[in-house]
Design a binder for this molecule. Sequence first.
Ligand code: IPM
Ligand code: MG
Length: 371
Amino acid sequence: MGNYRIAVLPGDGIGKEVTKGAVEVLKAIETRFGHHFEFAYGWIGGAAVDQKGTPLPEETLALCRESDAVLLGAVGGPKWDQHPPHLRPERGLLQIRKEMNLFANLRPVKFYDSLTDSSPLKQEVIQGVDLVIVRELTGGLYFGKPSGRMVENGEEKAVDTLLYKKEEIKRIVKVAFELARKRKKKVTSVDKANVLSSSRMWREIAEEVAQEFPDVTLEHMLVDNAAMQLIRSPQQFDVVVTENMFGDILSDEASMLTGSLGMLPSASLSASGPSLYEPIHGSAPDIAGQNKANPIAAILSAAMMLRLSFGLSKEAEAVEKAVQQVLAAGLRTADIAQKGQRVVSTDEMVNEIKTAILDHQTISHIMAVYA
Ligand code: IPM
Ligand code: MG
């Protein structure tokens, strides 16, 4: 039985609803397994701009640093779209990733039998898909300098820079290899080495790291081809490792293999200190506040937290099993519902998942008493 302090940063839009759901599920885990979770809330994103005048207040960062792990919802919304760059909600997210050194973003994509019909792709294509995108999260095109707008000789210009230091590539590729070693032992390193210098260096370093992992196969794939292969034959992938922006794009694409962006969790692991867990989806302003959002990505992110930050595998499995159970029982939020299927609200989905976690307790308790 353990005590854990979790910083909760709901953020904007549906971020608030889905983190609330994930916290409730964590409370069910507390009850069933006898742990103690302390939840401490902080502002981030547009909500933080409104409340504190900055998308990542110092106190939020301090709270996260003092916690054992961070659970984040989503940031952004039309309300802040016209703000200058330093007052945009997304800036808060990028800053927290950088400040906390969250360089390794793991985005697992797993096929659910019961959601076969929710994916726009054919069953034979998505059957058995089980891959992880390892996205570099604190470098590359999102952070390289120079970045910004300027006027030169009367001409308006804008620039972003894709820059990596050798060590940054090495450590993310290592994470991919270590992960692959525990899985199907295959790493696909995705780059654009036919055009970009940074990709050519990435490829060399991936080859170097591969020497330390003779039991793992390394293959290189150009990012345009990878985008196509993810749709053509996604079963070929085990661990995909790639640059920040390539990973952003490919992970949204890959989410459709499961049926919905609302299904994909992620873990952002730190080089030093607490890790952060967040659904890969955004704040979905169009459905925010309507109790319609799919909370599963946030709930599965909480499961990743249990496993990766707290070493609570049994507890993580209990969450994942409960999700599987309610999906198999036909529960569907709007994003994963087929025509004619009954659609449940965020709250209903959360409640059923909680019940699935807690009911088991009753049964195992009875079994223990009568054993
Ligand atoms: C993600 C999101 C973010 C990103 C946005 C909100 C800044 O799309 O986590 O994938 O681009 O990293
Ligand atoms: Mg994204």
